[in-house]
Design a protein around this ligand. Structure first.
Ligand code: 4AD
Ligand code: MG
Length: 430
């Protein structure tokens, strides 16, 4: 008999098929027994019918517990009252393993308990829906860049130097020297961009963020495009197009999951380009008008980002930040060198920053000066300075954080639910 998956069940109407999965729930009603079976791709109602209470099939049914693994064989039927519109009329059940005392029951559990059991929590409907959207989001991002001729060239995870400041580095041993887990692929991306024109890297990045917030992971995934000859303006457009593209794709492909999450999709449907564009200066003015105490030169923290992202009914692009709030590689503005051509894109609905990037310094002398001002060991950056000696050109790029973006799309308050196994402050299990 053919082994099929629940998501494809409509193709097998009236046919005999085999399903392999886990018991989500069971219930009895007179001469009928029901099993809600999940196989990772969906959940389907399966029915057993027998006039005798102790038929061999019912005896097997009586052993079943939540999350027991089984293989069932039966006929696919239309059933408008069943979730999904189809059901399986079971002819045989093979028990693979009976699960004892599955810890996650339909009753309410606290988040610490669920996080301890993250390896099992993944099977729950809501968690499953979030991660299902995650896989589509990643695919959409790749389709976006691949479809525009970007070359996917991934950058190293073990690195000798910092990209985003030295305070959040995870250090490790690399034979007889120190190495750090990559905070961003950007510096290497700049080299591949000079070799291939337009590139992206997509990988895990690491930051020893010592603050415990709803928005920070120690390990997160970032997609980072980099484009030779592109200016800040070009990269803003690319960022907007990317965000509009991925939101459109999720709205198209993940209706079922968004329903399970009870996500009001209206704010997402409104995500259209161009996004409002404001400078740091204007953002500061808005914040002060809304009662913020922030001063020129301060970095926007979570409260400021949340506020800004609520003032606008759309994602918003912020540019022209005070140089001291940003990394060493940011290109100063020609008209006002106190500010740099950085770009942050804030999501709507208070979700804050999802994109960080901007235009990079292309002048050798200026970059040398910055490396020294930021106290970076020059010898580790010689190769990076080389890029300014041999055919230097303005270039720009950004990083989009997958988990922050997914939290926004799913309207999830805490980032810990946006990847299978989050790494949080002091938390490494499971
Ligand atoms: O703004 P960030 O630090 O920018 C960079 O790393 C640049 N070098 C990227 C580039 O230009 N190629 O980080 C970019 C994005 C943020 O906007 C946010 O979405 C995400 O990465 N991010 C985090 N996500 C989860 N947990 C953290 N601790 C994060 N730190 C940054
Ligand atoms: Mg940033």
């Amino acid at each position: 008999m053919k082994w099929v998956y629940i998501e494809d069940i409509a193709e097998y109407l009236d046919q005999e098929v085999e399903l392999r999965g886990w018991v989500y729930n069971t219930r009895s009603s007179g001469k009928i027994r029901f099993i809600l079976l999940r196989d990772g791709t969906g959940i389907i109602q399966s029915t057993l019918f027998s006039p005798e209470k102790d038929s061999p099939l019912f005896q097997k049914f009586d052993q079943l517990t939540q999350e027991s693994s089984i293989i069932v064989q039966g006929q696919v039927q239309k059933e408008s009252r069943a979730p999904g519109g189809y059901e399986i009329s079971i002819q045989d059940i093979q028990i693979i393993q009976i699960a004892q005392d599955y810890p996650i029951t339909p009753k309410q559990h606290g988040t610490p308990f669920l996080m301890e059991n993250r390896h099992l929590w993944l099977r729950s409907q809501k968690q499953h829906a979030i991660l299902q959207i995650r896989t589509e989001l990643i695919k959409a991002i790749r389709d976006f860049f691949d479809g525009r001729g970007f070359r996917n060239l991934d950058t190293p995870i073990l690195t000798p130097s910092a990209c985003e400041g030295t305070t959040t580095l995870f250090e490790t041993e690399y034979f007889d020297q120190k190495a750090y887990l990559s905070q961003s692929g950007q510096l290497y991306n700049e080299a591949t961009a000079m070799a291939f024109g337009k590139v992206y890297c997509f990988g895990p990045t690491f930051r020893a963020e010592k603050s415990k917030t709803r928005k920070h992971l120690m390990e997160f995934w970032m997609v980072e495009p980099e484009v030779a000859f592109a200016t800040l303006k070009d990269i803003i457009k690319l960022g907007e197009e990317l965000v509009v593209f991925i939101i459109g794709r999720i709205l198209e492909k993940n209706k079922k999951e968004l329903d399970i999450l009870e996500r009001d999709t209206q704010p997402l449907e409104k995500v259209q380009k161009p996004f409002p564009r404001i400078t740091y200066e204007q953002a500061l003015h808005n914040l002060k008008e809304h009662g913020s105490q922030i001063q020129w030169g301060d970095d926007f923290g979570a409260p400021e980002e949340t506020l800004l992202s609520k003032i606008y009914d759309s994602p918003v692009c912020i540019t022209h930040f005070p140089a001291q709030t940003k990394a060493f590689y940011m290109q100063p503005d020609e008209e006002n060198p106190e500010v740099v051509l950085g770009l942050d894109v804030l999501a709507s609905e208070g979700f804050g920053e999802i994109i960080g990037g901007g235009q990079r310094i292309h002048d050798l002398k200026l970059l040398e000066k910055k490396v020294s001002e930021y106290n970076l060991p020059r010898k580790d950056y010689e190769w990076y300075l080389d890029l300014r000696k041999y055919g230097s050109t303005p270039h720009s790029g950004f990083g989009l954080g997958i988990e922050r973006t997914l939290a926004w799309i799913c309207n999830i308050k805490h980032i810990r639910e946006t990847l299978p196994f989050p790494r949080l402050l002091h938390k490494l299990y499971p």
